[in-house]
Design a protein around this ligand. Sequence first.
Ligand SMILES: [Zn+2]
Length: 248
Amino acid sequence: MNIEDRLLTINPYSRSGEKQNKIQYIVVHWVGNANTSALANKNYFDNLKNTHKTSASSHYIIGLNGEIIRCIPENEVAFHSGSYSRNRNSIGIENCHPDWNGQFNSNTYNSLVELCADICKRYGLGINNIIRHYDVTGKSCPKYYVENPNAWVQFKNDVANKLGQATTTVVSPNDIKGSDEPVRIYKNGSTKEYIYSDTNLTKQIGYLSPYEQCDCFGIFNGRPMVRYKVDGTSNYKIGFAKWTGGVK
Ligand SMILES: [Zn+2]
């Protein structure tokens, strides 16, 4: 198995540098963008430090030729599962796909089987520790393997065969789905609070109204990173609040 290191630069939007807890899961994703390359998706993650569009990343991306790119070292957190606590104890793998039905081609699939088996071996995990993004938050990801549960069971069994473990008929273990919040919540207090573009609070870019509530993706340099609504519209931006007291 050949892994190419193309590590993201450290930045709050895709590679915070925060250390992982004990690895307990592998979370499998589709990139959700038909016929794009692993490198293009890696560049998308890296450019979030400039575009500030969202907060997203994964440890690995597997391309249409079966190439495996490492974006983030396994001992650092990546932003892939939509759950802060799950991100802290899992390794995320994004997979490219030729079209919008989302099935992985055989190159991608075979590399994914190999990579999952390798990770399971190194952390002492079994195939029931391999889960879909769907199993964490209910998001339709990886789409084909959500819509075709038998294909997902087959995938886990292909990994089991590689590991010499018993196969399964279980689509996802019961204790996983809905086991925690997608992201943390930030609840503003009784006064208007400004949102800043950076953790040094040098530039105001928006505000939260009294008692306004929004999603929080974690705390960086002591500042909560939040997704806030721009002036009550349905347009969202990402920024930093001043105080951590509102993080629930
Ligand atoms: Zn996903």
